[in-house]
Design a protein. Structure first.
Length: 299
């Protein structure tokens, strides 16, 4: 078994909130319980949503709670050449193609097929632009279009076991369709960037919020197509607001102040099903590691 390597990968679209601390704490505890390495990666590929200075604010918030990266922090905005190389690899193996469809066109096609998505569900791409295999020379001749990952013909249902949620499965072809790996505005899609960087940083275990569980199958098929290892996954409970919605920066979740650190750390632990009396932060973290190890031994 490779030595445990985990990561916390926030988007610097704003400072951390209470839900972010829960996710960060869980990934840190998992790494420490396995005597492994914990990394911080800034997922700043969506440049239009980045808040200036948020990355440094996030690092300061994490440090206040004793959560510091064991290796230098990586910013995805420095990794675009690696994503381009991965897209080239996918095109050369006929696993990616350019797509000019707008959302309106996709929905019109699905309506004609009688396959409109239910409310709050993303549309399943109907494969409108899927071509014959591309030659490598065609890769750079398609500016201003999106690039989609071509689900392999006959792709079986993806099965995996989440360390908290148990056995999971998803029919990526039927439930998602060919998904975007590079957007029409030239920005790299989350799915490709995270798979490429997890492989490059030799990540073995991913601990993240339950709202990201639906991404796992797509990342597994990308890992398989790029020859990257499949990882171990654990998805944590979400922190909800008074309306029952997930706390998020998009919905205006308040910044997590770095005061009353023991109280905030105890609250984050409680959200993870752990308990500890407030005290010195290092002592609290040590007790939480022991509890986590007993509940979630690393696979």
């Amino acid at each position: 078994m490779p030595r445990y390597r985990g990561r916390f990968a926030p988007s610097p679209t704003g400072p951390l909130h209470a839900g972010s601390l829960v996710a960060a704490l869980a990934s840190w505890l998992d790494a420490r319980a396995a005597c492994g390495t914990w990394l911080v990666r800034m997922e700043d590929v969506d440049t239009g949503r980045i808040m200036p200075g948020a990355d440094q604010r996030i690092l300061a918030q994490l440090a206040a709670f004793g959560l510091t990266s064991d290796e230098p922090v990586v910013w995805q905005s420095t990794r675009f050449a690696a994503y381009e190389a991965a897209l080239t690899q996918l095109c050369q193996s006929a696993c990616a193609y350019p797509c000019t469809c707008s959302r309106r066109q996709i929905l019109a096609k699905l309506e004609a097929l009688g396959r409109l998505p239910e409310r709050f569900h993303a549309p399943v791409y109907p494969g409108t632009c899927r071509p014959a295999p591309l030659t490598p020379q065609a890769l750079f001749d398609k500016p201003g279009v999106a690039w989609r990952f071509a689900i392999p013909d006959g792709q079986p249902v993806v099965h995996w076991t989440d360390r908290r949620l148990g056995k999971q499965e998803q029919d990526v072809e039927a439930e998602i369709g060919d998904f975007t790996v590079k957007r029409s505005d030239g920005l790299w899609a989350y799915q490709l960037a995270v798979v490429v960087d997890d492989a490059w940083q030799e990540i073995t275990h991913v601990v993240r919020g339950e709202d990201l569980a639906d991404n796992t199958a797509r990342q597994i098929v990308l890992q398989q197509s790029l020859g990257a290892p499949t990882l171990s996954y654990l998805h944590t409970p979400l922190v909800l607001d008074e309306r029952g919605d997930k706390l998020s920066k998009q919905t205006g979740a308040p910044e997590l102040p770095v005061d009353d650190l023991p109280g905030k750390l105890a609250s984050a632990a409680q959200a993870l099903g752990l308990s500890t009396e407030p005290g010195a932060v290092p002592d609290m973290l040590s007790r939480l590691v022991a509890q986590w190890q007993a509940i979630h031994p690393a696979a």
